[in-house]
Design a protein around this ligand. Structure first.
Ligand code: AMP
Length: 116
């Protein structure tokens, strides 16, 4: 069950500020408030999906393809491909997910440790 009061929902609604990186019809991205790498961006779909499974099962093919292509656009705009980056989607309790709106972390800017 999606909770419209989660922090990323409030960022989408504009009731909580963020440091925006990217915005289109399907996707919104902003700098993580507590970065775990020199570059740490959170990418979220505009639709109401709780986690990765919810998004991958219930979003339309159009939403899914546009979301992942938006991630590529962000990586391309920030020129991350040359030196590399990490994508992380924490899901559920075992995955360590804190915010119940599906999101993908983009981490880069330095050689990262074994895990995000
Ligand atoms: P996760 O543990 O995968 O659910 O990640 C949630 C992420 O959201 C964490 O890295 C937090 O630092 C980040 N976060 C929480 N609140 C905010 C906020 N208001 N603005 C930007 N990032 C946030």
């Amino acid at each position: 069950m999606y909770d419209i009061n989660n922090v990323f929902s409030k960022i989408l609604q504009g009731t909580i500020p963020c440091n925006k990186v990217f915005d289109n019809e399907f996707c919104f991205a902003f700098h993580d408030i507590n970065p775990k790498a020199p570059i740490h961006i959170v990418v979220i779909p505009k639709g109401k999906y709780v986690n990765a499974s919810d998004f991958h099962k219930n979003a339309t093919s159009n939403e899914i393809s546009n979301f992942y292509r938006s991630i590529e656009k962000i990586c391309n705009e920030l020129e991350l491909e040359k030196n590399g980056y990490r994508l992380v989607a924490n899901t559920g309790d075992y995955g360590g997910q804190c915010v119940p709106h599906f999101h993908v972390h983009i981490l880069s800017g330095a050689t990262l440790g074994e895990f995000a």
